[in-house]
Design a protein around this ligand. Structure first.
Ligand SMILES: Nc1ncnc2c1ncn2[C@@H]1O[C@H](COP(=O)(O)OP(=O)(O)O)[C@@H](O)[C@H]1O
Ligand SMILES: [Mg+2]
Length: 209
């Protein structure tokens, strides 16, 4: 029988090792620093002006090793944004959708809290998507946990001329930055990054204009 998945490329092998290093680095951020970083992150996002009444915001609920999004979530609710949270809809094919944030949450298979119900939306119907990441570089390339959930959810950005598209904002600790990441064809880059050190915009020619 033939293996349906292609062999890993050099970039895939290098990224696997890099994920390990970067995840260890983010796990190594001490508790007090984590708390302060999460508050600084929320303040940096508030200064950005993205949190406005009725804005459709996608925001992840974090794993313990990721930067905490609770202060940002509280800020988004205070600004009366329409808040949506990812839920895995297909673990085999690594698909997720966004559900309205609700205080009744349950843990999915990865141990991440997810809304129990509500009407699912695809990423293309959101105004801003805050994305978790394992690493980012100075050009806005992103590496995630290695399953490609966000790349798949945002794949429509590759083949379509869209006049409306969500703004993609990565959230991370500053220590998750690396010099350069490979940009593979399926990887969807960030428009902005926000860390405890502040916010930065990435400007690149749009492939679809
Ligand atoms: N739009 C897509 N369609 C099909 N497969 C995809 C897509 N995006 C990512 N993948 C696949 O998912 C896997 C994980 O993607 P990768 O970019 O390495 O993970 P992550 O973004 O989580 O770091 C790769 O094998 C990749 O080919
Ligand atoms: Mg990717």
């Amino acid at each position: 029988m033939t293996d349906p998945s292609p062999p890993p490329s050099d970039a895939d092998v290098a990224l696997k090792a890099l994920r390990k290093v970067l995840r260890a680095r983010r796990r190594g951020v001490p508790a007090a620093e984590r708390k302060r970083a999460a508050l600084q992150l929320a303040r940096a996002v508030e200064r950005s002006g993205w949190l406005r009444l009725g804005r459709r915001i996608g925001l992840y609920l974090p794993l313990a090793e990721e930067i905490d999004t609770q202060p940002l979530l509280d800020a988004a609710l205070r600004h009366r944004c329409a808040l949506f949270v990812p839920r895995v809809t297909d673990y085999r094919r690594h698909r997720m959708q966004f559900l309205p944030y609700d205080s009744t949450l349950q843990r999915g298979r990865y141990g991440i809290l997810e809304p129990r119900g509500g009407i699912a939306r695809s990423a293309r119907n959101l105004d801003v998507i805050f994305m978790p990441l394992v690493g980012f570089d100075a050009d806005g390339n992103r590496v995630g946990m290695g399953k490609g959930y966000y790349d798949r959810a945002l794949a429509f950005l590759q083949h379509r001329r869209t006049w409306r598209r969500p703004l993609l904002v990565g959230l991370a600790f500053a220590c998750q930055q690396v010099d350069a990441l490979p940009a593979r064809a399926h990887d969807i880059p960030l428009d902005h990054i926000v860390t405890e050190a502040g916010s930065r915009r990435f400007i690149r020619p749009r492939p679809f204009t």
